[in-house]
Write a protein that binds this ligand. Structure first.
Ligand code: ADP
Ligand code: MG
Length: 227
């Protein structure tokens, strides 16, 4: 089962994963009120559909005024969004996510997948965020750094520090990046997710932020969660 970006962000935030200010909206009026609540001068309006590739397909748009939030929300809500992951028929946009606009310096990737062959989570990090990890794996596999997570011990802070070092992050944010990694790993383990992807992960001033979030769950894991 897949959940929407806004739902994944809510879950992750509950485990201490740092996310930008934002909230979902189901109408243009609601979108405007959310944008006003968030404040600031720049917002991003994002189609909430069960498919990625929204940015390139026009499903993620920047607004520089409340009026633009209104115009973009109006055009996104109800549309049939076609991305390379939806198939030609596309997916209908019934909800949108309004988020504070973040000035992006560089986009990183951080993900955790369940490796079924040995029932272990593997964390993957890459400097090539914003691009799908499958593409990075094919073209520049040397740019993906992996650590196996011990099922009994969980991720160790030395492993998190190793990833931070390989990503070449500045010293000033390395502690926050380690915290982010530990929080993400905890969220995955405790929710029994089969996949979590933060793509992109960005650095803002002295902060590490999840700009996009994807989570998948196995049906049998869901059963376990409900018990
Ligand atoms: P998708 O992966 O479906 O294309 P993303 O959420 O990754 O959707 O958004 C696509 C791109 O839009 C991101 O790579 C990032 O460059 C930009 N973006 C997304 N959210 C924000 C935000 N809050 N502020 C600024 N830019 C954003
Ligand atoms: Mg993305």
């Amino acid at each position: 089962m897949n959940i929407h970006e806004f739902q994944a962000k809510k879950i992750l935030a509950g485990y201490g994963v740092n996310i930008p200010k934002g909230r979902e909206a189901y109408s243009v009026a609601e979108a405007i009120s959310v944008a006003k609540d968030i404040g600031g001068e720049k917002w991003v309006v994002k189609a909430q559909i069960h498919a990625g590739g929204r940015g390139k397909a026009g499903g993620v748009k920047i607004a520089d005024s409340i009026q633009e939030v209104e115009e973009i929300s109006n055009s996104l809500l109800g549309m049939q969004l076609v991305t390379h992951q939806t198939g030609p028929e596309g997916k209908k946009v019934n909800k949108i996510f309004i988020e504070e606009g973040v000035n992006i310096v560089s986009e990183l990737y951080l993900g955790v997948v369940l490796d079924r062959s040995n029932e272990k989570y593997v964390m993957m990090a890459s400097t090539e965020g914003g691009t799908e990890i499958e593409v990075v794996a094919e073209k520049t596999p040397e740019k993906i750094f992996k650590v196996e997570i011990d099922p009994l011990l969980g991720i160790q802070s030395y492993q998190a520090r190793q990833l931070v070092f390989k990503l070449g992050l500045a010293k000033s944010i390395s502690n926050k990046a380690v915290k982010f990694i530990l929080a993400l790993s905890k969220a995955v383990e405790q929710t029994d997710a089969s996949l979590v992807e933060i793509n992109p992960l960005v650095i803002r001033d002295d902060d590490v932020l999840a700009l996009d979030a994807k989570m998948n769950f196995d049906d049998n894991a869901l059963y376990r969660q409900q018990k």
